[in-house]
Ligand binder design. Structure first.
Ligand code: NAD
Ligand code: DAU
Length: 352
């Protein structure tokens, strides 16, 4: 049975990962969720698990850069595995203000690695998994795909901070022989995603009759994966992944942003009984994101062939589930929006 420290468990993917562990994985694993509770967090996401599994799930409010506090938590709960989701995750925010990205994504990861090294010196081995992103590879122009051997070429402060963290993880494996793995996943979508990211933002703006801001010409391509499939891949890496290895995760599902927005409009029209044009007429082309990567596409042959991972959700099913979730959880949306999100939108859009 693993005793897992999940960092950033109150955010989008961390929440889904913890739910996946308790709902889909057999075994009496223990999870300690460490989260600083930034604007992107909602601790209520896991209230059901906290109430139903008080001996197997614990929440600790802490910053991963607070090395002393995290050391005490590792000690107290006898942690043997760390999965590091905690991050500043939104590219647009990193362009406006990179500092928090450097602090959490680089220094925070460094602190966790130092603790793994410290415990190793004391004879206690802790398995470390770094949750990274395909954005570290930079932008694709032609029709090729990123494999794990592609060079890192990040474009934004966000992706540069994630790339730096990955390089630190690799250096700790090489130098100190810590037992670590890295996964690099494509764009996730699904329940509990903060409504600054493309898919929830578009769903909610469509429902509220607000403009749908499309950056640049809308022909940028992202490779989309349902969040639960990302979670199952990470779990598989924790069990069977080879120490020191990186694994790409993706669903072979490339979409131009504009086409994706039109597809979302089709699904919402079906669900609400309204016309597609009620939604597509809201599309507005706005100033492009600076340094906007043109295309991401992930080659995930390694995890498919070596670990026999496979996604379970096709895009139509995943998007329908996601639209349903937002339609049924508008109170959740109100809550997470009431933080500093609106202030941020105001600042961001003033500069566009
Ligand atoms: P998110 O922004 O929804 O959640 C991040 C969580 O981390 C929040 O709960 C936040 O409070 C917490 N956090 C931030 N700084 C912290 C700190 N210093 N200490 C402790 N907790 C802190 O992000 P997400 O979309 O769930 O992404 C999770 C991870 O997955 C990130 O590392 C991200 O880079 C990576 N990733 C995301 C995607 C995607 O499409 N969203 C794809 C690939 C990889
Ligand atoms: O590829 C993985 C990455 O995916 C993760 O590492 C990041 O944490 C995650 O935020 C995501 O990054 P993107 O920048 O690709 O996601 P975002 O939802 O911000 O944007 C998706 C695409 O949609 C991108 O081409 C920019 C465009 N976009 C986005 C927003 C918010 C718009 O055209 N309009 C918008 O309003």
């Amino acid at each position: 049975m693993k005793r897992i420290l999940v960092t950033g468990g109150c955010g989008f993917i961390g929440t889904n990962f913890i739910k996946f562990l308790f709902n889909n994985v057999s075994g009496e694993h223990t999870v300690v969720n460490v989260d600083k509770l930034t604007y992107a967090a909602n601790p209520e996401n896991l209230m059901d698990i906290e109430q139903n599994l008080p001996t197997r799930y614990f929440f600790e409010k802490a910053d991963i850069s607070d090395i002393e506090k995290i050391e005490k938590i590792i000690d107290k709960y006898e942690i043997d595995t760390i999965v590091n989701f905690a991050a500043e995750s939104h590219v647009d925010r990193s362009i406006i203000g990179p500092q928090d990205f450097i602090q959490t994504n680089i220094i925070g990861t460094f602190c966790l690695l130092e603790l793994v090294r410290k415990f190793q010196k004391m004879g206690k081995e802790i398995r470390f998994h770094q949750v990274s992103t395909d954005e570290v590879y930079g932008s694709l122009q032609g029709s090729e795909f990123f494999s794990e051997t592609a060079p890192y070429n990040p474009s934004s402060p966000y992706s540069a901070s994630k790339a730096s963290a990955d390089l630190l993880v690799k250096s700790y494996v090489n130098t100190y022989k810590i037992p670590a793995t890295i996964s690099l996943c494509s764009n996730n979508y699904g329940p509990y995603q903060f409504p600054e990211k493309l898919i929830p933002l578009m769903i909610l703006n469509m429902l509220e009759g607000k403009e749908l801001p499309v950056y640049g010409d809308g022909l940028h391509i992202r490779d989309w994966l349902f969040v639960e499939d990302h979670c199952s891949a990470i779990w598989m890496i924790l069990q069977e992944g080879k120490i020191g290895e990186s694994y790409n995760i993706g669903g072979n599902n490339q979409w131009e942003n504009l086409k994706l927005i039109q597809f979302l409009a089709t699904i919402l029209a079906e669900k609400t009984g309204r016309n597609i044009e009620d939604f597509t007429k809201l599309i507005r082309f706005v100033k492009d994101r600076p340094g906007h990567d043109r295309r991401y596409a992930i080659n995930s042959d390694k995890i498919r062939n070596e670990l026999r991972w496979k996604e379970s959700f096709d895009f139509t099913t995943g998007l329908r589930l996601t639209v349903d979730w937002y339609l049924n959880n508008l109170d959740w949306v109100e809550k997470v929006r009431s933080g500093d999100y609106l202030k941020w939108i105001e600042i961001n859009y003033r500069n566009r």
